[in-house]
Design a protein around this ligand. Structure first.
Ligand code: GTP
Ligand code: MG
Length: 294
């Protein structure tokens, strides 16, 4: 290891739907965390580790910052808080098409004391160059000392400038994790997330927000992996919607989920899904703990 090896925590914060998880996957070059067009997709702090001969960056994806309405939201905001405490560099993300006032509310609440890179994401949505310049300048005036960049995490516009900016602020130090680690989370965790992602894709309205996924069995057999998962919802009516007419929707959910899990594990998978009703689980400490929301 050379004397100038750099290592640190680079934690990503912002409003729901800003594109934080899309950015993490892009920076890692891997589809690690789940993404959806709906808000509040990410519920945990999830590490994504990038190891190179000259540096190790431990990224953190975090839940979008919201005013908590349930204990589940409070747990999500505790995950944000923990990421605020150990960041060496903060990446703040904001949707460039959203008002600067919304960003101010969030950035004021964070009280950051570390170098900040502000990414105005979804710049592909703004066609006019002078409009983009105008917005960037407004943020630069408001946030002096911060690096401000307009990017598109999805369309990869300007994203090659992000890593050099991070490396400028990354402290010297030793690697925190072995260089073959990609995350702090288990395969089981990512499998439960993939099922949740398919719920976000397949179902409308409140269903995704009332759903949790709990892996009950994860058994590696000789030719395939057997996975049994519970899908938790708050009400009987939600269970009926999840199942669909004659079980058609849950069947589709199983097919979609199995496909992405097989790609992830690079193995054949036998997946069984069970829907369970746990009234008000989002406000129940015991259930939240059981479902991995600490
Ligand atoms: N047009 C456009 N859409 C984007 C871009 N980056 C992300 N998106 C989309 O924005 C939506 C939200 O992206 P996520 O990465 O899940 O956002 P997030 O900030 O992690 O959201 P939460 O986990 O809910 O806080 C998804 O539909 C993405 O495909 C971008 O650069 N341009
Ligand atoms: Mg996310």
């Amino acid at each position: 290891m050379s004397a100038t090896f750099k290592a640190g925590f680079v934690n990503i914060f912002g409003a729901p739907n800003a594109g934080k998880s899309t950015l993490l996957n892009l920076l890692l070059g891997e589809r690690l965390v789940i993404i959806s067009p709906k808000v509040q997709t990410t519920r945990h702090r999830i590490l994504g580790i990038l190891s190179e001969p000259e540096y190790q960056i431990v990224f953190s994806d975090t839940p979008g910052i919201i005013e908590p309405k349930y204990k589940l939201h409070q747990k999500m905001m505790l995950q944000v808080k923990s990421a605020l405490e150990d960041a060496d560099v903060a990446i703040l993300m904001h949707d460039i098409t959203q008002p600067i006032e919304d960003f101010e509310t969030i950035s004021n609440s964070l009280k950051l004391k570390v170098p900040v890179i502000l990414l105005l994401n979804k710049v592909d949505m703004v066609k006019d160059k002078s409009t983009i310049e105008g917005i960037i300048n407004k943020y630069r005036e408001h946030y002096k000392g911060w690096q401000v960049l307009a990017v598109s995490a999805q369309k990869k516009i300007n994203t090659d400038k992000i890593l050099p900016l991070i490396l400028k602020s990354l402290p010297e130090g030793f690697a925190f994790y072995p260089d073959d680690s990609i995350s702090d989370r288990s395969e089981r965790f990512f499998v439960s997330e993939m099922i949740r992602e398919q719920i976000y894709t397949l179902y409308e309205e409140e269903i995704p927000y009332h759903s949790a996924v709990l892996i009950q069995a994860f058994e590696e057999k000789s030719t395939l992996t057997v996975i049994k998962a519970d899908i938790i919802v708050s009400r009987e009516t939600q269970k009926m919607i999840l199942l669909g007419k004659g079980g058609s929707m849950i069947k589709q959910l199983g097919i979609n989920s199995r496909k992405v899990i097989e790609e992830f594990l690079e193995r054949k998978v036998h997946l069984e899904l069970f829907v369970k009703v746990r009234p008000k689980w989002r406000d129940n400490d015991n259930y939240l703990k059981e479902y991995g929301y600490n």
